[in-house]
Design a protein around this ligand. Structure first.
Ligand SMILES: [Zn+2]
Length: 464
């Protein structure tokens, strides 16, 4: 009798243990373009802001398990976000440009998100850029090219996932076929409620609806504003994360959610260090919401943070064994916002002089006071000012996502030079990217791994 009680107690305890070890709740954060130096640089920037040399850790870099991931694709040593996102979503490498398919586009590949849905979990896909962009698309779409934004959008309607969030959709109408349905109509017909802004999301009563959360009408559909440019009424990645948690916990099914800090990549393409570090901090703030959730359910939650590739070839230091990253604290706007404001300022002041422009750059970047500008740097700035604003030969600096005023790009380049942040490319690199994990199964994310190992490990740990 006594023995059987003990045995059943053991069985009960044993099965409770098994249950407790399953990752019922999975957060998968992807910092697009977030290399190791992006993380370390942000931490050193935070320390320098406090007036000291060293690192001020981000929350996610203190997670107990860390590893490295190899990012090359089947077609290129240097991956793009489509092949990188697909590897992180489906657990198989593919060719650059491809979304959720194999290298020669003969086969669709099932993502960890789709597996989670099949296993009965609630599923969310969220980003700070457009929902049809390469990284989020890799989790729900299967298309031969990342450029097929409309077709990617139609795959969303078929996904049956519970929650999507981001800036919007870049191609709600099919540009090649006027008779094809508008994506928003398609979503409504598929049972999605499209809400604009968190206020609208918070007013939702029917929590059984599938939800797509995007920015308010009239905002940029391509991305949220950079964190450094964000205004009171702008949607933020932290709000998106809170909304995802709220919606995906509306019942007891458990969840899988992928949340992308998509614009770390964008400012890195422009070699804009200050904006990039603020983007990493912004993603860390979103991760704090996931961590609060983990603290409530530590026995059933897994958080994994990684990146699809490194962008910019960022170096911490560029000679003389010094860094001066605290200078980035003087940067009040991103390069792209600086470009817009600078053009507006010049348009509003047709007889703008270099002295006026100097004051303008001082107010936005701290130039000529907190940020000392050398004679040769000022000479370059004056030359560009004269060319772009006096001889009306407006020069543009083109990067992957922006066409900025050359004077804005030059000013940001000078700030990066003086802060001793080095950039080797306006594109991606093949560098290792970091992996951080906490929670159930987090100990599996150590050592050097393939990017494809990450979703495969999640699939095993969460029992999809
Ligand atoms: Zn990129």
């Amino acid at each position: 009798m006594r023995k059987s009680v003990l045995i059943s107690a053991f069985l009960l305890f044993g099965s409770a243990m098994t249950f407790a070890q399953q990752a019922k709740y999975v957060f998968y954060f992807i910092g697009d373009g977030m290399g190791i130096n992006h993380v370390n640089g942000t931490e050193m920037y935070l320390a320098e802001k406090q007036g000291r040399i060293g690192v001020e850790p981000l929350l996610f870099s203190t997670f107990p398990y860390t590893g490295l991931s190899k990012t090359y694709s089947t077609s290129n040593s240097v991956t793009d976000s489509a092949a990188g996102g697909t590897a992180l979503a489906v657990g198989e490498k593919t060719s650059n440009g491809t979304i959720g398919m194999n290298s020669d586009h003969t086969k669709s590949l099932e993502s960890v998100a789709e597996k989670a849905k099949k296993a009965g979990r609630n599923v969310g896909v969220a980003t700070s850029v457009s929902i049809d962009h390469a990284t989020p698309a890799s989790f729900y779409a299967h298309q031969p090219s990342r450029k097929m934004a409309y077709e990617i959008g139609t795959d969303l309607a078929k996904s049956d996932f519970d929650f999507f969030a981001g800036s919007g959709f870049v191609s709600p109408k099919n540009k090649k076929d006027a008779k094809a349905p508008d994506l928003f109509d398609l979503y409504r017909k598929s049972g999605y409620k499209v809400v604009r802004g968190v206020d609208e999301f918070n007013k939702l009563k029917k929590k059984d609806d599938k939800v797509i959360l995007i920015q308010k009408e009239g905002k940029n559909v391509y991305s949220l504003p950079f964190a450094v440019d964000s205004k009171e009424d702008d949607l933020t990645l932290t709000q998106i994360t809170e909304s995802a948690i709220s919606h995906l916990t509306r019942d007891n099914k458990g969840f899988f959610v992928m949340i992308e800090g998509g614009m770390i990549d964008w400012s890195s393409h422009s070699n804009d260090g200050g904006t990039t570090f603020e983007e990493v901090i912004d993603m860390d703030n979103a991760i704090k919401k996931a961590y609060e959730f983990y603290l409530q359910k530590p026995d059933s939650t897994l958080i994994v943070v990684t990146a699809d590739h490194e962008t910019g070839g960022l170096s911490l230091g560029r000679g003389n064994y010094v860094m001066d990253f605290k200078l980035f604290d003087n940067q009040k706007v991103s390069q792209s916002e600086l470009s817009t404001q600078l053009r507006d300022f010049a348009t509003g002041n047709p007889s703008v002089s270099w002295d006026m422009m100097k004051d303008f750059l001082a107010s936005k970047l701290g130039f000529f006071s907190a940020v000392a500008i050398s004679e040769s740097q000022e000479k370059k700035l004056i030359e560009e000012f004269n060319r772009s604003f006096k001889s009306n030969d407006s020069q543009k600096a083109e990067s992957e996502y922006f066409k900025d005023e050359k004077l804005a790009a030059l000013a940001v380049q000078i700030l990066n030079e003086n802060a001793k942040a080095g950039w080797t490319t306006n594109s991606h690199t093949a560098a290792y990217v970091p992996v951080f994990a906490v929670g159930v199964g987090a100990d599996k994310f150590t050592g050097v791994m393939e990017n494809t190992d990450i979703p495969n490990k999640i699939t095993t740990i969460a029992e999809y």
